[in-house]
Design a protein around this ligand. Structure first.
Ligand code: AHR
Length: 562
């Protein structure tokens, strides 16, 4: 990021407005440069790569209120549902063109037997949920209910029906810790083998949401966090498991895409170990790995907090200036994590056939703001989370050549959720609005964009700390240029000169997510507290205009090119 000192800029918003109205394009450029205190330059000719729509993916685990109460309400519920699936959620997912949903975990995946969730529902077994002893339950898991005993009412058919309704693809995570490779092949058979051909296909067709037609699922995760809850394996041990699981899986005409369990944050040893062990057996194997995972959650490790699982986490709703900036800074590590893991991957997989799949990302707070006590790891979401989502999605866009998929953790009633639901109540969070604003990036060509702005400054443990002043990403789809920008500054707007290099601007408009108070959030009682609004942009032709980015905002500029 280019750093620009505040003294290099003069002028203000009013001056820029006058300049725009009065000046021709050349005069405008000169006047705008004087008025702006920041600069955004979009290099339309410098393509990075196509933004995979799957970067805008989601994640749903059998954890707290995600599946039961969040997605699944049951056919006899008074909550409007489609075959037991919450209709409002399905409709909202269509609005953001949800491309892919990961399931059934997370840590739950490596304790799950997919067979338990098949066949007639009343005959399905009850099992102890992976999260039963989670220390986040204040007095232990509730005595009854899915938090303690998994009823298996929501299984493979229910999940894939949910995906079909929402228009998304499923991404299924296999149990490596508890089940063998044979069970994995049989799950693939159950899901993908043609109607009437196998016992798996026959079983798939039975039960309340039975499907004669194969689901043709492409994305298969081989375990989850295999360095931890997925088996406490070393990367070398996991590389061997990965090979056993994926060596000869029947395809049934489907382009299967296997995703290896990747590193936690900056565990570069995991990446090096997995790639070096795989290369030892034969670099040709990289051709069979679609993606390598990466998990990174942001919590308040600085500002007096530690990396301790509990003590390190801040509150979802109550935070001061320092905690606000520190959380964004922690999330912003995503950029260097992508670059560093990618560099290591390239040392073994020289053609970079394996892409990154960031299949868990988001903010993680301590308990206390969940909308219902049964929602383990449930938390509220404020404007701060919207900014975190904006800067993270922009990071993925800027690395469109490296990141094939990403999954925000988790969809509903959990960490960084887009939705909160309890019984008949259902709301979208500020993060949902960011996903909706970013839809035009999906499948578009990412192009280079440069940002320079005065840095944000605050105090960390008595010492000065700083963070970038503006950041974002740009993409082009035919004549439509989409530029999304985050201004993290809590109180200062950024007056920016926006220069589009290599194309002429014929029109521009803005959609802005910004509230007077960054703590603003939606509740069941007040569901539209945070909503984006549209603004007109004075872009009088040529390749240059001035735009004022509101404090603590995420903005989408939709720019029509001539
Ligand atoms: O998203 C919650 C948990 O975080 C997941 O189950 C696990 O993969 C990660 O540690």
């Amino acid at each position: 990021m280019t750093k620009v000192g505040r003294r290099e800029f003069v002028g203000g918003a009013a001056a820029a407005g006058v300049a725009l109205a009065a000046a021709g394009t050349r005069g405008l450029a000169a006047r705008a440069a004087r008025a702006a205190d920041a600069r955004v330059e979009v290099l339309v000719g410098e393509e990075i790569g196509t933004i995979s729509q799957d970067i805008y993916g989601h994640f749903a685990e059998h954890l707290g209120g995600v599946i039961y109460d969040g997605i699944w309400v049951g056919e006899n519920s008074k909550v409007p549902n489609t075959g037991g699936i919450r209709t409002a959620l399905v409709e909202a997912l269509k609005r953001i063109r949800a491309p892919v949903i990961r399931w059934p975990g997370g840590c739950f995946a490596d304790s799950y037997d997919w067979r338990d969730g098949t066949g007639p529902r009343e005959q399905r077994p009850r099992r102890t949920n992976f999260w039963v002893d989670a220390p986040e339950w204040p007095d232990g898991a509730p005595k009854e209910g899915p938090g303690r005993y998994e009823p298996n009412h929501f299984g493979t058919n229910e999940f894939l029906r949910f995906c079909q309704l929402a228009g998304a693809e499923g991404y299924l995570a296999a149990n490596v810790r508890g089940l063998g490779a044979q069970s994995f092949y049989e799950w693939v058979e159950y899901v993908n083998s043609p109607a009437g051909t196998t016992t798996g296909a026959e079983r798939r067709a039975t039960g309340p949401l039975g499907s004669r037609d194969p689901y043709k699922v492409r994305f298969w995760g081989v375990g989850n966090e295999s360095w931890g809850c997925g088996g406490n394996l070393t990367p070398e041990e996991y590389a061997m498991e990965y090979r056993r699981f994926t060596a000869a899986v029947p395809r049934y005409g489907v382009d299967l895409r296997f995703i290896a369990s990747g590193a936690n944050v900056d565990d570069f040893n995991w990446t090096r170990g997995f790639f070096s062990k795989t290369a030892e057996k034969g670099p040709f194997l990289f051709g069979g790995i679609y993606g390598f995972g990466l998990h990174h959650y942001a919590w308040n490790v600085s500002q007096g907090r530690t990396n301790d699982w509990f003590a390190g986490k801040g509150d979802a709703l109550k935070y001061d200036e320092g905690e606000y900036y520190e959380l964004l800074r922690e999330a912003d590590r995503m950029e260097s994590l992508i670059n560093e893991h990618w560099t290591i991957m390239g040392q073994y997989d020289r053609q970079h056939r394996v892409k990154l799949v960031v299949d868990e990302w988001g903010a993680w707070y301590r308990k206390g703001s969940e909308v219902d006590p049964t929602h383990l790891l449930g938390q509220q979401s404020t404007m701060r989370d919207a900014l975190l989502a904006g800067l993270t999605l922009d990071t993925f866009n800027r690395h469109a050549d490296k990141v094939a998929m990403a999954n925000c953790a988790q969809l509903v009633n959990c960490l960084h959720s887009l939705f909160l639901a309890h019984e008949e109540n259902f709301i979208v969070t500020p993060t949902f609005h960011v996903f909706e604003m970013f839809v035009p990036h999906m499948g578009a060509k990412a192009v280079r964009a440069l940002f320079s702005a005065p840095e944000v400054r605050w105090t960390r443990a008595g010492k000065p700390a700083e963070f970038w002043g503006l950041s974002g990403s740009a993409s082009v789809n035919e004549r439509q240029l989409t530029l999304t920008v985050t201004n993290p500054h809590l109180t200062e707007a950024r007056e920016a000169e926006v220069a589009i290099r290599g194309a002429r601007v014929t029109a521009a408009r803005a959609r802005v997510l910004a509230e007077r108070d960054v703590h603003a959030h939606n509740t069941f009682a007040s569901p539209r507290e945070v909503e984006p609004h549209d603004e007109t942009v004075n872009a009088p032709g040529g390749g240059l205009f001035v735009y004022r980015f509101a404090p603590a905002s995420v903005t989408r500029l939709s720019i029509t090119l001539g």
